[in-house]
Design a protein around this ligand. Structure first.
Ligand code: ASP
Length: 260
């Protein structure tokens, strides 16, 4: 199981995307840039985007303003980004969920990740952790697996909406275990983590970015980690990565069966 999990989670990279392919002018940027974050503040995508925005503000000498647009596992924000003027002043922090898994999960997705967006750069490749509330009885991954299988009827799993990385990676985990816990959507795993810490939800799969402190502090338990693979640089390599991630996730999601 470990191998399959980490191979699939290798897709959990964050990608920076621009709507359209403009912004090639040498005098760019002349005004503020909006960076759309498709999940709630305080989650991994938001944290990574804020670090990138801070750096971009200093190097581009124009403000890069974060706009959190939540809903539908990141696809509401991505639809908005796809429809924005292709002038380089509205960009999005997309990732494997919004720009790959969503294709299989939303048959009438309003955008085509590989056609309606131009990749700008790979911002981060983040490992994904399986984490549970601190009261969770399992001591290690083996016990986690047996406990979840035996008690699934009473368990619930948090995620950031259908199409998000947290949803998709736990969908894969659950399908490997052959379980369907109650699924509790949040607008991002920032709020989901708060619910996990307070014991309102049982477990989730999420990018490691804002989990380390809580695991180390004993507020939540971690059971397994999947690490992302490497990706090439440059627009062509990134465009190829988007296509390969769509091709990788579509059969995995189909094999996992209905998602509700
Ligand atoms: N963890 C992400 C966030 O809230 C969402 C996701 O699971 O894709 O930033």
């Amino acid at each position: 199981m470990g191998q399959l999990l980490s191979r699939a989670i290798a897709a959990a990279v964050a990608l920076g995307f621009a709507a359209g392919s403009a912004a090639a002018q040498t005098d760019y940027p002349q005004r503020a840039i909006t960076l759309i974050v498709p999940f709630a503040a305080g989650g991994p995508t938001d944290v990574v985007a804020r670090i990138a925005a801070d750096h971009m503000t200093r190097t581009l000498k124009q403000p890069v303003i974060i706009e959190n647009v939540v809903g539908a596992g990141g696809t509401t924000a991505s639809t908005r980004a796809a429809r924005a003027a292709p002038d380089g002043y509205t960009i999005e922090m997309g990732h494997m969920g919004t720009h790959a898994a969503s294709v299989a999960l939303y048959p009438s997705l309003a955008y085509k990740p590989d056609a309606d967006f131009a990749p700008i750069g790979l911002v981060a490749g983040t490992p994904v952790l399986i984490v549970a509330k601190k009261e969770f009885p399992a001591k290690d991954l083996k016990e986690f697996v047996s406990y979840v299988k035996a008690n699934v009827a009473t368990l619930n799993m948090a995620h950031a909406g259908v199409g998000s990385v947290s949803f998709t990676t736990c969908l894969l985990l659950n399908s490997i275990l052959g379980v369907k816990p109650a699924s509790i959507p949040f607008n991002g795993t920032g709020p989901a983590l708060t619910a996990l810490i307070s014991g309102q939800v049982d477990y989730m799969c999420d990018q490691i970015v804002n989990l380390v402190q809580q695991v180390q502090g004993g507020q939540i338990k971690a059971y397994a980690i999947g690490t992302p693979g490497s990706a090439g640089r440059g627009q062509q390599a990134l465009a190829a990565l988007v296509k390969s991630e769509i091709a990788r996730w579509t059969p995995i999601i189909k094999a996992a069966g209905p998602t509700d």
